[in-house]
Design a protein around this ligand. Structure first.
Ligand SMILES: *Cc1c(COP(=O)(O)O)cnc(C)c1O
Length: 433
C-alpha cells in the first residue's frame, strides 16, 4: 500500500481511531472484511494492467487485499511513513524487511539485544541463505559501530525497546552511523508502538512490527507490518541496491525506484517479489481484529505504562528483589535514553531478579494467582514468564548468564487490570519465598 497523498495533520489518537479508512456515503462504518481470495474483471485487458502494475486494483489476496490495505494504511499514518504492508507475523515482517535489500553474499549489522526469534532468524536461518550478520552491543560507541561495517553491508537493525532485554535503542546514533555508510536503519518498534515512539522521526528508514503484541493487544491474532519512511534514497546507491534500482526481470522489467519513487519502491518490491514468492499474508479476518486493537491503542498504551511503572516501583523497593529492569525507573541505565525517545512512557513489560536465584524464582512463579504463566507479552491480561524454567530451560546457568537471561530473572508483562490487584498478587507470591 503506497500512500497517495499526505494525510491531514491529525493527532496520533485520532489516527488510531479513524486512520486508514474513510467510508463514503452509505458505506460501512467499520472496515469491511473482504474475505475473498480473488477479484472479478470484465476484460482480460483490465486485468493485464493490474499485472503490469499500470493500474491500481486487486486481483489476488496473496498480493493485496482491501481490508489489509486499510489497516496497513492506518499503521503507515501512525508511523509517519510513505508505504506499508501487513505480513502474517512479526517474523515474516523482519525477514522481508531485511531480505528485500540483502541476499547471498551480503552483510547486515544488528543490535545484539534483539528478540530471540529475530536473532535466530538472522544468525541461523538467514545465515544459511548466505547473509552474514554482525551483532553489536547497542551501547557501544560510534567508532565501534563503524568498525562493524563492511563493503557488502546492506542494512542496520535494532529494536526501539528490546524484547526481553528492555534496552532502549539510541536511534539517532544508529541512524547516523547507518547513513554514513549509505545503508538504511531498520527498527523493530513492537514494544514502544508509534504511540510512544515514532522511529522515522528520529532517523530510522524502515519500521517493522509484530502486530501480535500491543497493536492487536488482546492475544487474538498473529501478525506483522512493515512501514517505509520514504527517507532512504536507494537511487543514490544503484550498485548496492540493484534489486530496487535495476529492472526486475521477474516482474515485467520494472525498475522499482523509477516507477514508484523513493517512497514507494521498497514496499512495492517486497509485495511484488517477496509476498508473491513466500506468501506470508495476513488473513483479512486477522487484519480486522488488528484494527479493533488499533482503535484503542493510544488508550491502552497509557494504562500498560501506568501499570508497568507501578509494578516496577513496587518491586524496586522490595527486600526479596535483587534488581529491576524498567526504563521508567530513575535508577535504570536506560532512563536517560527513555526520557529522550519515550517521554510519554515505554511499555508494560518489566523484568526483575528474585533473591535466591532459580529456586526462589520457581517458588514465586508457582504461587502467582492473577498473573498467568505464558510465553506471550503485551496483551490485556498480565502474564509472567521465568525463562530459565521455560523458554531457556535447556541452558545451564553459565549459558544463561552469557545471554543476559539470569536464572533468577522473571519477565512480567503488565496488562490492563487494576495496578493494586497486580501488586497484591506479586506481593503474596513473593511472601512464599
Ligand atoms: C514477538 C516479536 C517478534 C516476532 O513476532 P511474531 O508475531 O511472534 O512472529 C518480533 N519482534 C519483537 C520485538 C517481538 O516482540
Amino acid at each position: 500500500m503506497v500512500m497517495e497523498a499526505k494525510m491531514d495533520n491529525y493527532s496520533l489518537e485520532t489516527i488510531c481511531v479513524q486512520g486508514g479508512y474513510t467510508p463514503g456515503n452509505g458505506e460501512p462504518r467499520q472496515i469491511p472484511i473482504i474475505q475473498s481470495t480473488t477479484f472479478k474483471y470484465d476484460t482480460s485487458e483490465d486485468m493485464g494492467k493490474l499485472f503490469d502494475l499500470e493500474a491500481e486494483g486487486y486481483f489476488y489476496s496473496r498480493l493485496q487485499n482491501p481490508t489489509n490495505d486499510y489497516v496497513a494504511k492506518k499503521i503507515c499514518e501512525l508511523e509517519g511513513g510513505t508505504a506499508a504492508m501487513l505480513t502474517s507475523s512479526g517474523q515474516a515482517a523482519n525477514f522481508f524487511a531485511v531480505f528485500n535489500i540483502a541476499g547471498c553474499g551480503d552483510h547486515v549489522v544488528a543490535s545484539s539485544t534483539i528478540y530471540g526469534g529475530t536473532y535466530n532468524l538472522f544468525a541461523v536461518t538467514m545465515k544459511k541463505m548466505g547473509i552474514d550478520f554482525t551483532f553489536v552491543d547497542p551501547n557501544c560507541s560510534e567508532e565501534e559501530l563503524n568498525a562493524a561495517f563492511r563493503e557488502n553491508t546492506k542494512a542496520m537493525f535494532g529494536e526501539t525497546i528490546a524484547n526481553p532485554a528492555l534496552t532502549v535503542l539510541d536511534i539517532e546514533k544508529f541512524a547516523k552511523v547507518a547513513h554514513a555508510h549509505g545503508v538504511p536503519l531498520i527498527v523493530d518498534n513492537t514494544f514502544a508502538t508509534p504511540v510512544n515512539c515514532r522511529p522515522i522521526s528520529w532517523g530510522a528508514d524502515i519500521v517493522t512490527h509484530s502486530t501480535t503484541k500491543y497493536m492487536d493487544g488482546h492475544a487474538a491474532g498473529i501478525g506483522g507490518c512493515i512501514v517505509d519512511g520514504g527517507t532512504f534514497d536507494w537511487s543514490r546507491y544503484p550498485e548496492r541496491y540493484p534489486g530496487l534500482c535495476t529492472p526486475d526481470e521477474s516482474y515485467h522489467g520494472i525498475t522499482y525506484v523509477e516507477k514508484f519513487g523513493v517512497g514507494g519502491a521498497f514496499i512495492t518490491k517486497a509485495t511484488a517479489q517477496l509476498m508473491r514468492d513466500f506468501g506470508a499474508v495476513q488473513s483479512p479476518q486477522t487484519a480486522f481484529l488488528l484494527n479493533m486493537g488499533l482503535e484503542s491503542l493510544h488508550v491502552r498504551m497509557k494504562k500498560h505504562c501506568e501499570n508497568g511503572q507501578a509494578v516496577a516501583e513496587f518491586l524496586n523497593g522490595h527486600e526479596k528483589i535483587a534488581y529491576v529492569n524498567y526504563c521508567g525507573l530513575a535508577s535504570d541505565p536506560y532512563h536517560a535514553l527513555a526520557q529522550k525517545y519515550l517521554p510519554n512512557g515505554s511499555c508494560g513489560v518489566v523484568s526483575f531478579g528474585v533473591k535466591g536465584g532459580r529456586k526462589a524464582a520457581e517458588t514465586f512463579m508457582k504461587h502467582l494467582k492473577l498473573c498467568a504463566i505464558e510465553t506471550h507479552v503485551a496483551d490485556a491480561k498480565t502474564c509472567c514468564l521465568h525463562p530459565a524454567s521455560a523458554t531457556h530451560r535447556q541452558m545451564t546457568d553459565e549459558q544463561l548468564a552469557a545471554c543476559g537471561v539470569y536464572p533468577d530473572l522473571v519477565r512480567c508483562s503488565c496488562g490492563l487490570e487494576n495496578a493494586e490487584d497486580l501488586i497484591a498478587d506479586l506481593a503474596q507470591a513473593l511472601a512464599h519465598i
